[in-house]
Each structure stands twice: as structure tokens, then as C-alpha cells.
Design a protein around this ligand. Structure first.
Ligand code: PFF
Length: 454
């Protein structure tokens, strides 16, 4: 029995014939990794935790933990030629690995349910900005966001996202996912560069660049290291079977090592430019930077409202956010869809339709919990939205990441062969996967759930 076959599934490549082209795969993987994390989290945590010093730390985490796991996920996917659960089983023939993989599938399904809600907000803001409606009726952008989020429109936009993602996925790997990313990701870079040039030429832009990049090694501490590590993980879309599932569509001849480097660099570059768009804009108008919702939907609209052609730059910015969110959302939805196709023998179209519909229903309470009718329902002090986020990002994703390291390092003996690594690089990869990554993931996990503090 070779490493790529099991008794039950003797020809894995035939059991899963869908394929990306080489460039299509890199773009789709960059599309998955470049998401809201790059746009509204990374710039802020960088600015807050020491600028260029934090950037350096983030790069170290990316290299020590992110890239080795990214390579491992893609290698398992291509070796096993299945979804996040089936691949683990195909490569070992052991049922418990299928169960462990199933956790990642569940994680992706739950993330998708609320990621679609946020992606929906970006669509709403795109429309509002381009039509100029966002900038009418005063400049209380907090109030505007709250009144939007507490109504029923978020459910409508969430449905639009689900329909769109379901449609892309139903069209298949090359005809849907690849095409979607091939159009959007280069467009994304073009818009990002236009916005960067514009924001760097605003008066007082230098202050923003300083906030983002001025190195302050004094701000680096154990907490910033854990934050950098957690973000490296989230930013590369690891721990929930996403890169594993995409990896199962990669051609045998493609070099996974080069793909890993390209995806890592792409992720870093987009995050870096996002910072150069956001802070000069925010600082130029004397606004407070923040992260997440406050930055994207409150601070930036206030800045756009004050600049010439603000509706246009605002519109471009929200298109950017929407693309970032949608290309990531498609990759998340593909995880449970691939599972349903392999395990329940559903057609791609049926799987896409049923999973996106059920995922939509599961996400409705999240959509209604950010100030909406379910806003006051907060068991344990967290809204439904926050609970979904907590359980997936802080519990299921680290478990998924840990599982990938243990699988690649200890359970599956021929990962190096599939990854195309031997000698020095193989030894380095195994050292990181067997020892460094599991220990660091465990630390982040214990910190996130509050078992250790620093
Ligand atoms: N990497 C995405 C971001 O930075 O926003 C988020 C994400 C996408 C996480 C896909 C996990 C995933 F599977």
C-alpha cells in the first residue's frame, strides 16, 4: 500500500478529479488568506504593538509556525485527495483521524455562518458609499452602524453573500472558485495600490505611516508574541481544513514549497499595503485608529466624508473589503461542501445549495445579535455572534492546527515525499512541525481561553 492509497480507496487521484491550474491555485489561496484579518486587524495590531518591530515578530511567527503548517495542510490535501476529514483517513486508514478532521469541517461551517454576516456588512457599505447615502444625514458613523446592525438588513445581505458563494462553489473548482479569484485578486491589488497612492499623498499622511511602522522594540512582550502568532495562524486560513481542501485540487507537478512561499509573501504584502492605506487616511483627518468594526465602519467613513471625492474612495475601499471577505468566504464554504460531496456522495451543485442554505439559517441568530432583536441575549456575557467567534477561533481552530502538526509529524510517515522535501529542508520542516509549532499553538490556545496569562 503506497502512502497515497488505502485499501478502501485505491486510486485517490481518480476519486477527486477536480483541479486548479498552477496560477489559479496560488490566487485562490491568496484570496483565502487575504481577508478581513489583513484589512482591519493586522494594521491595527501592528501599530499598537510596536510598528515595524511587531511586523518583524509577525514575520518570524509566519515563518516558524504559519508556513510549516500551511505546507502541511496542502501536502495532506494533495496526498489524500479528499476533504479535510477524508484526506486524513485516506492517508492512514484510521477512523479516528477522520473524526478529528471532522472537527475542522465543523469549524469551517460555523465560521462561515457568521463570516457571511460580516461579509454582508461590507456589501451594504459598498452600496451606501457609492450611492453617497452613507455620507448624508450627519457624521455620527457609530450611530449609523448601530442602526444598520440592529435592523433586519444584515440578514438580507448575509443571504446575498451565501447565494453568491454558493453559486461560485456550485460552478466548480476551475470554473467557479478559480475564475472568481482570478478576476478579483488582481483587481484587488490594483484598487489597493490606487488607494495607497491616494492616502500617502493626503496632508499629514506621515503621521499615519509613523504610527504603523515606527519600530518600538520596547513594546514587544509575551502578549504581543502570542497575538502575532494567533494572527499568523488566522491570516493564513489555517486550522480549519481550508488550505487542506484547496490542496486536494492541486496538480501533482506543482511545487508545494514554492506555493507556500508565494502565499505567505502575498498575505504579508496585502496586509502591509492595507496598513499604508488605512493609517495615513485616518491620521490625516485627526481620527482615532482602532481595529475591526470601529475602524472600517466608523473611523474610515468619517475620513471619507471629509475628503474630495470621498464617496469614490470610500466606495473603492468598501469594494476592497468586500472582495477580501468574499474570496475568503468562498474558501471557507468549500470545506463543508467538499465533505458532503465525498462522504454523502452529493453532487457539487446539491452540496453547494444545501450547505449554503443550512449555513445561512445557522447564521441568522448571529446576524440578529449585533444590536438586533437578539442583542440582549448574552449567555455568559457574550452575544451569539461572539460565541461563534470564540468557539471557532479560540477552540476549534487551534485544535485543528495542532491535529495537522501531529498528523504530519507523527502519524503520516511520508509527508516529505508528497511535499517534495528531503535532506536539510525536510529536517527543518519536521523540527518545526513536530516540536516548535505544537508547543506554540498550545501556548496560544491556553492564553486565548484564559488558562495562562502573561
Ligand atoms: N484568512 C482570513 C483573514 O485573514 O481574514 C480569514 C480566514 C479565511 C480564516 C479562511 C480561516 C479560513 F479558513
Amino acid at each position: 500500500m503506497s502512502n497515497r492509497t488505502s485499501k478502501k480507496n485505491p486510486d485517490l487521484s481518480r476519486s477527486n478529479p477536480e483541479r486548479f491550474t498552477s496560477a489559479g491555485f496560488i490566487l485562490a489561496a491568496i484570496g483565502s488568506s487575504v481577508g478581513l484579518g489583513n484589512m482591519w486587524k493586522f494594521p491595527y495590531i501592528t501599530g499598537k504593538h510596536g510598528g515595524a518591530a511587531f511586523f518583524l515578530l509577525f514575520m518570524i511567527c509566519l515563518i516558524l509556525v504559519g508556513l510549516p503548517i500551511l505546507l502541511a495542510e496542502m501536502t495532506i490535501g494533495r496526498g489524500g485527495r479528499g476533504d479535510a476529514a477524508t484526506s486524513l483517513y485516506n492517508l492512514t486508514g484510521k477512523k479516528h483521524w477522520r473524526l478529528i478532521g471532522l472537527l475542522s469541517v465543523l469549524c469551517a461551517f460555523l465560521i462561515m455562518s457568521y463570516y457571511a454576516v460580516v461579509a454582508g456588512w461590507t456589501l451594504h457599505y459598498t452600496v451606501e458609499s457609492i450611492t453617497g447615502a452613507l455620507f448624508r444625514g450627519g457624521d455620527d458613523y457609530r450611530g449609523k452602524f448601530e442602526s444598520f446592525a440592529s435592523g433586519y438588513w444584515p440578514v438580507f445581505w448575509q443571504a446575498v453573500v451565501m447565494l453568491l458563494c454558493g453559486w461560485v462553489i456550485a460552478k466548480g473548482v476551475s470554473g467557479g472558485i478559480e475564475k472568481f479569484n482570478k478576476i478579483l485578486i488582481p483587481g484587488f491589488l490594483a484598487i489597493l495600490l490606487v488607494l495607497m497612492v491616494h492616502s500617502l499623498t493626503l496632508p499629514g499622511a506621515g503621521q499615519g505611516v509613523e504610527f504603523f511602522l515606527k519600530p518600538d522594540f520596547g513594546k514587544l512582550d509575551a502578549e504581543s508574541a502570542l497575538i502575532a502568532l494567533g494572527h499568523a495562524f488566522f491570516s493564513l486560513s489555517l486550522g480549519m481544513g481550508c488550505m487542506l481542501t484547496y490542496g486536494s485540487y492541486v496538480e501533482q507537478k506543482q511545487s508545494l514549497g514554492s506555493a507556500t512561499l508565494a502565499i505567505g509573501l502575498g498575505d504579508l504584502l496585502y496586509a502591509f499595503i492595507a496598513g499604508l492605506v488605512i493609517f495615513p487616511t485616518v491620521f490625516s483627518f485627526g481620527l482615532e485608529p482602532g481595529e475591526g468594526v470601529g475602524l472600517a465602519f466608523m473611523a474610515l467613513p468619517a475620513a471619507f466624508s471629509q475628503m474630495p471625492f470621498g464617496f469614490l474612495f470610500g466606495g473603492l475601499f468598501f469594494v476592497l473589503l468586500a472582495i477580501a471577505a468574499l474570496t475568503s468566504a468562498v474558501s471557507i464554504l468549500e470545506v463543508p461542501v467538499a465533505y458532503a460531496m465525498h462522504n454523502w456522495k452529493w453532487s457539487r451543485k446539491k452540496a453547494a445549495a444545501v450547505i449554503s442554505s443550512v449555513c445561512f439559517l445557522v447564521g441568522v441568530p448571529s446576524a440578529l445579535s449585533v444590536g438586533g432583536v437578539l442583542g440582549a441575549f448574552q449567555p455568559g456575557g457574550k452575544t451569539v455572534f461572539d460565541w461563534f467567534d470564540f468557539v471557532t477561533s479560540y477552540v476549534l481552530m487551534p485544535i485543528g492546527g495542532l491535529a495537522v502538526t501531529l498528523f504530519t509529524g507523527y502519524a503520516w510517515k511520508r509527508a516529505g515525499e508528497e511535499a517534495g522535501l528531503s535532506g536539510f529542508w525536510y529536517k527543518i520542516w519536521m523540527f518545526l512541525i513536530k516540536i516548535v509549532a505544537p508547543i506554540l499553538i498550545l501556548l496560544v490556545f491556553l492564553y486565548s481561553v484564559g488558562i495562562i496569562s502573561v
